[in-house]
Write a protein that binds this ligand. Structure first.
Ligand code: HXC
Length: 510
């Protein structure tokens, strides 16, 4: 009997070793942790329940029959983050470079399906070389099975991907269909085809880092939502993110006890907006001063900086925050900002986050680069996302709300529930200077007259009271009272119920 029990331990020890001591040492030498070390850091201590530790691949060609490693390159199971259940899979680069076999894929699909049944997030940790080259179509089939479950799970349970090594082929498309992608600087890469293929096809010389490093995807392409210095930091940020999220769409985001006075006033906000309308200020100062304990989890901080997106709590209620950032491109809406915010708004709506929108926007970005790039389609994404969202929507206009961008940014007309403005708000078709140059063209040669016209236009429209008189704003509020007013608005909306007409699905301009 003792022999049988020992055999189990022996087999487990073999599986835990993955590709062996030598490959583990190589992994460490590259500044990377192993698949199991990553799971240990991600989950609450001792909470991991492993599945399928003894699964082996079924390939026989190219000498594969003699190379079987239990677990087959991915560690899967479930555990807890902050006491709440999550499912996890972690690719083991020490086993065939973490590449995906049919058996490896089945392990992941099992996790994905069970997470959907139970109603718990799926976190995938990637460090993998794509399809297992020795397996051919079985590997491709395995990827497709995973992709299908990614799509089925989208909007049902949160899906998070953490990229911690080189990822190519199928190991970038599955993350691309999840809700959030985090990368690690200098050790992780994402590309559809690597530098060698790029060289062969386009004769372009490019390094791994230049082609698909964390800085590229978190700052330039927008594929990743965050770039972190090392494995440890990335995993601790995943824990922080999960803390805001509901486990599935069957529940609401978790309300926590707040120790920050909901009625706290911030006198400094009265002077946040500069007297000169062309001067920028940092919208993140407003965000950190009104949310609980200045705790703001920013999503995609390095991409499309002209719009800020992220999670915070207001009197314990988790909210999604979207804010134009006057510090970057004057807060204009361009292609990237529209895409970034639209995706975030849709995530919030799918998982029941009330959306708090701070508006200071001069309009959409003009120019051929934007128009040729499809600004109309991409800008429409944000408009569409706000319009279809049925979660509570609370909006505050701090300064400019010009043109179509006024409509787009969670206006009353798109079913904004509570719409406030500061006294410094300017709601108009465009800025006063541009407006008078168009409607008083006959005065163009007389700068004095034009100036007077500008002053007249400003006095008439550069304030929130026209919109307030029409009921498009619910109130004009004192900046120092913003936290109190937003908290009350959100509390008042907790019972909100709203649904859109039945449809198979909408046709958002992708
Ligand atoms: C089988 C693989 C492998 C793969 C790596 N290995 N990738 N085995 N299938 N796809 C093995 C290596 O043979 C090696 O084994 C070990 O993993 C470590 O790999 P190295 O090359 O030594 O590591 P490194 O120098 O860090 O380079 C990592 C890498 C590179 C950039 C990922 O290995 C690479 O380019 N691999 C191929 C990537 C690829 O083209 N994949 C197919 C994509 S197509 P030993 O025994 O020496 O330790 C695809 C189709 C699906 O995924 C598309 C669906 C849409």
């Amino acid at each position: 009997m003792q022999d049988i029990l020992e055999e189990l331990e022996r087999r487990r020890g073999r599986a835990r070793l993955g590709g062996g001591e030598k490959r583990i040492a190589t992994q460490h030498a590259k500044g990377k942790l192993t698949a199991r070390e990553r799971i240990d850091l991600l989950l609450d201590e001792g909470s991991f329940e492993e599945f399928d530790m003894f699964v082996e691949h079924r390939a026989t060609e190219f000498g594969m029959a003699e190379q079987k490693i239990p677990g087959d390159g991915v560690v899967t199971g479930w555990g807890a983050i902050g006491g709440r259940q999550v499912y996890v899979f972690s690719k083991d680069f020490t086993v065939f470079g973490g590449s995906l076999s049919g058996a490896h894929a089945q392990k992941i699909v099992k996790i994905q399906r069970q997470a959907m049944k139970v109603g718990a997030p799926v976190i995938g940790i990637y460090d993998a070389g794509g399809a297992r080259i020795q397996e051919g179509v079985e590997s491709l089939a395995g990827y497709a099975d995973i992709f299908l479950e990614n799509v089925m799970a989208s909007g049902v349970v949160p899906q998070i991907s953490v990229i911690m090594g080189p990822c190519a082929g199928g190991d970038v498309y599955s993350p691309a269909m999840t809700d959030f992608i985090f990368m690690v600087k200098d050790t992780s890469y994402m590309y559809v085809t690597g530098p060698e293929v790029v060289r062969a096809v386009t004769h372009e010389e490019v390094t791994h880092e230049e082609l698909g490093g964390a800085r590229v995807h978190a700052g330039r392409s927008g594929v990743a939502d965050g770039a972190f210095d090392n494995d440890l930091e990335a995993l601790s940020q995943v824990r922080r993110l999960v803390d805001f999220l509901p486990l599935s769409n069957r529940e609401k985001p978790p309300i926590r006890q707040s120790y920050d006075d909901p009625g706290r006033e911030e006198p400094s906000l009265d002077t946040l907006v500069p007297a000169d309308a062309d001067k920028p200020y940092d919208i993140k100062e407003l965000i950190s001063k009104v949310v609980d304990e200045a705790d703001f989890f920013e999503v995609s901080p390095d991409w499309a900086k002209n719009i800020v997106t992220g999670f915070a709590r207001m009197d314990g209620q988790p909210v999604g925050v979207v804010a134009n950032q006057p510090l970057a491109l004057a807060g204009v809406l361009d292609i990237d900002a529209s895409r970034k915010a639209a995706r975030f708004v849709r995530f919030c709506d799918a998982f029941g986050f009330p959306i708090v929108t701070f508006v200071d926007v001069p309009g959409f970005m003009p120019g051929t680069r934007q128009e040729y790039g499809g600004l109309i389609t991409h800008g429409a994404k944000l408009l569409f996302a706000y319009a279809e969202a049925t979660v509570p929507k609370v909006t505050l206009i701090t300064r400019k709300a010009y043109g179509g961008a006024y409509d787009v940014m969670s206006s009353k007309h798109l079913r904004g529930d509570v719409n406030y403005a500061w006294p410094t708000a300017e709601i108009a078709v465009m800025g006063a200077k541009g407006a008078v140059e168009i409607i008083f063209r006959e005065d163009a040669k007389d700068p004095e007259k034009l100036k007077a016209r500008e002053a007249e236009y400003k006095a008439r429209f550069a304030n929130p009271f026209v919109a307030a008189s029409l009921g498009y704003l619910d109130d004009v509020i004192m900046p120092r009272e913003t936290r109190k007013r937003l908290v009350r608005a959100l509390k008042g909306l907790r019972g909100k119920e709203l649904s859109n007409p039945w449809k198979k699905h909408d046709n958002i301009p992708l």
